[in-house]
Design a protein around this ligand. Structure first.
Ligand SMILES: Cc1cc2nc3c(=O)[nH]c(=O)nc-3n(C[C@H](O)[C@H](O)[C@H](O)COP(=O)(O)O)c2cc1C
Length: 290
């Protein structure tokens, strides 16, 4: 493994040893860190990130190419972004700029993945004409489904929107110019979580760039039901489409935040647990039911 210590810069602080999640960094006889068992490395690069003097290179990543972590938005700015996020259902019929698209694509590699598995796949429709094609293909398949009444459970999910759909309204894709589909390898330890976390970050980052987004459960169902759509999107073998997000320049402006009801929040106090067998069984049921 490529784990190189710059002996001029290392101050022997042991931060890399302390923070290694696999516990595989130790001091050698000269008091410089080294890796004891590279097979257990999860490639998180925490050792590179935590080193205060930039003395540690791993996987050929030079600390000089990392950014310094001192440029956070304020809590107020971030909370305002979270509060101002909306689901957009009206888009301009135009592509976003290449610069914005590149910014969005570049962000995708930063959100966390379980066990640092880091093997998501993204299919992105970057051109409105391709999106129109994809929309037409999908909508004609749904139309066929409505007429044959096959797969009635899926048809039921759409039933609320059936009339609007048959009247030619784009109830699934909302005339959106772009779409991102995140897929996880079927053997990923946290396949759904990795994908949803990624798109959650994507959504907020897009919002900060004045790009609207829409989580698209309908499109996700379509990908599962019509496998040729997965082929069209070049989702690799062994990968499962996990979620779909539409995005583009908004054709609507939200002037103010909404005022959602609060959730139940329990502040947990120290106390003994008393639990009947029946309650235990119920807990198992609630914990494991899908
Ligand atoms: C997992 C998920 C799936 C969704 N699927 C759709 C969808 O298929 N079509 C749609 O119009 N909105 C969809 N939405 C958007 C929700 O309806 C939306 O979040 C809700 O109306 C509240 O609006 P807001 O996001 O602006 O707060 C979805 C949202 C989530 C989180």
């Amino acid at each position: 493994m490529d784990f190189v210590i710059d002996k001029e810069k290392c101050i022997h602080c042991g931060q890399c040893i302390k923070d290694c999640v696999s516990g595989i960094i130790e001091f050698n006889d000269d008091n410089f860190p080294y890796i004891t068992d590279e097979n257990r490395c999860i490639k998180c690069q925490h050792c590179l990130a935590v080193c205060p003097t930039g003395a540690l290179k791993i996987f050929n990543k030079n600390p000089e190419n990392s950014e310094l972590t001192n440029n956070f938005p304020t809590d107020e700015q971030l909370l305002n972004l979270i509060k101002s996020r909306r689901s957009y259902r009206h888009y301009k019929a135009e592509n976003i700029s290449k610069d914005l698209m590149d910014k969005l694509k570049n962000m995708l590699k930063y959100p966390p993945t379980g066990c640092n598995f880091h093997k998501l796949h993204f299919s992105i429709i970057e051109d409105i004409e391709v999106m129109d094609k994809f929309r037409d293909m999908t909508n004609s398949k749904i139309k066929k489904l409505f007429s044959t009444k096959k797969l009635s459970s899926i048809v039921n999910k759409f039933s609320k929107y059936k009339d609007a759909f048959l009247n030619g309204e784009d109830v699934i894709f909302r005339d959106c110019p772009h779409m991102i589909v995140v897929s996880s390898p079927i053997n990923a330890p946290c396949a759904p979580e990795d994908a949803i976390i990624n798109l959650s970050y994507f959504e907020l980052y897009a919002q900060s760039l004045n790009i609207g987004t829409l989580w698209c459960g309908f499109a996700e169902i379509c990908l599962k039901v019509f496998p040729d759509l997965c082929e069209y999107l070049e989702i690799p073998d062994g990968y499962k489409p996990m979620y779909v997000m539409l995005f583009g320049l908004p054709d609507i402006h939200y002037t103010r935040t909404v005022q959602p009801e609060g959730y139940q929040i329990t502040s947990v106090n120290n106390k003994p647990i008393k639990m009947s067998l029946l309650k235990k069984i119920k807990r198992y049921f609630w914990n494991f039911i899908r």
